[in-house]
Design a protein around this ligand. Sequence first.
Ligand code: ADP
Length: 167
Amino acid sequence: MRVAVTGTPGTGKTTAVDAVETDLDVVHLNEVIKSEGFDTGRDDQRGSRVADMDALGEWLGDRDCLVESHLAHHFPADRVVVLRCHPDDLETRLTERGESVEKARENAEAEALDVVLSEAVANHGRESVYEIDTTHRTPEEVAREIETVVADEREPSAGTVDFIGWL
Ligand code: ADP
């Protein structure tokens, strides 16, 4: 069984997944990219590294895990959790984490436009997607919600969160 946890950077994937209690192996793809050297270079315009998706896909293979990354929905999974966060709160979280104002704004806009949710639904179908709004919720509360997805105690949901009015 593989559960992917994805979402715009800053939605709290890393923090929430670290608080999840599960028998599944927990995989933070950012750590794998670093430790295995799975990047193909730097995108200087965006100030980020570019992941080698083929190498990551091969590394993941068909292992059972709880895999967390803003790229996680690009790989096969049984269920896909999409964490959401109000764009204002997302910008605050990202700038407090040390990201530039431009990068925080770019991610807030992507969040308002449902970019990751749309990709997750396109790749996996609505019946496999579970949208969780993390706005004003603690990482522990979000972790408990993720646990209900892992345990198959929750109905799929996509399109329940709407931040388009923020734009
Ligand atoms: P991601 O892995 O999605 O990029 P992080 O887990 O790194 O996000 O969290 C981004 C920032 O927001 C961190 O500084 C973290 O402490 C903070 N954060 C994470 N989850 C929450 C939450 N539920 N409420 C408020 N702040 C949070």
